[in-house]
Design a protein around this ligand. Structure first.
Ligand code: PGA
Length: 253
């Protein structure tokens, strides 16, 4: 049976009361596929969301982390700090962090290693800009990101990573990649991972699509053989929208 992960990326949204209420409501949905659902929330909402989801099977996590365990890094949050809260997941290398906060493949690589060592599942984001796609350079670009981001990761470590293909031109724009475009790139990513490690590992890897995924297009995207779920921004902020995507995945089981 195909494995999915339906992950909501709240970005910089929701204060604590709203976040806690959302977690309670999500738990109350009693999804049959709850263990294939997660929400990635602001640091200050992690504790409330973790408490609200406790016992539900639904995962939760952060949207970023620092790669050092401790030290003089004003304003940063470390992996042990996330471990203490009990998070299951952490997004790494989201294009917004790469674009606005100086995230590089080098820091992404260090963060992947730190999270894997702690047993927190990284959700690694890769994806090309519109200019790169218009120049038909998307496969070369994404392959380059993957080679750099997985640099030095053991087979065992690499097997813990979830990849999210997020074409930058589709994020928050309402312009979704077609299921065919998304499938083509997710299959390509699986091939690159197969080349870096082996096909057995690549076949088991969860590869998500992200970029304006919503209830109305989720089923078509999730039905594609190489798409194992979604990283959902805007449509993860409302319980009904997000639940509809979770249900779409359940129906494909
Ligand atoms: P979006 O964001 O669903 O709002 O396009 C996806 C993401 O950035 O993870």
């Amino acid at each position: 049976m195909k494995k999915f992960l339906i992950a909501g990326n709240w970005k910089m949204n929701k204060l604590t009361a709203e976040a806690a209420a959302f977690a309670k409501e999500l738990k109350a949905k009693n999804f049959s596929n709850a263990d294939e659902v997660a929400v990635l929330v602001p640091f200050t909402q992690l504790t409330a969301v973790g408490e609200g989801l406790a016992g539900s099977g639904i995962g939760f996590g952060a949207q970023n982390v620092h790669f050092e365990k401790s030290g003089a890094f004003t304003g940063e949050i470390s992996v042990p700090m996330l471990e203490e809260i009990g998070v299951n997941y952490c997004i790494v290398g989201h294009s917004e962090r790469r674009e606005y906060f100086g995230e590089t493949d080098e820091t992404v690589n260090a963060k992947l290693k730190a999270l894997i060592e702690a047993g927190i599942t990284p959700i690694l984001c890769v994806g090309e800009s519109l200019a790169v796609r218009e120049a038909q350079g998307e496969q070369t670009f994404v392959a380059g990101q993957l080679v750099a981001d997985f640099n030095g990761l053991t087979r065992e470590g690499a097997g813990k990573v979830v990849i999210a293909y997020e074409p930058i031109w589709a994020i928050g724009t309402g312009k979704t990649a077609t299921p065919e475009q998304a499938e083509e790139m997710c299959a390509f990513i699986r091939g690159v991972i197969g080349g870096l490690y082996d096909n057995d590992l690549a076949d088991k890897m969860l590869i998500l699509y992200g970029g304006s995924m919503k209830a109305s297009n989720a089923a078509d995207l999730l039905a594609k053989p190489d798409i194992n779920g979604g990283l959902i921004g805007g449509a993860s902020l409302k319980i009904d929208d997000f639940s509809a995507i979770v249900d779409a995945a359940a129906q494909l089981k």
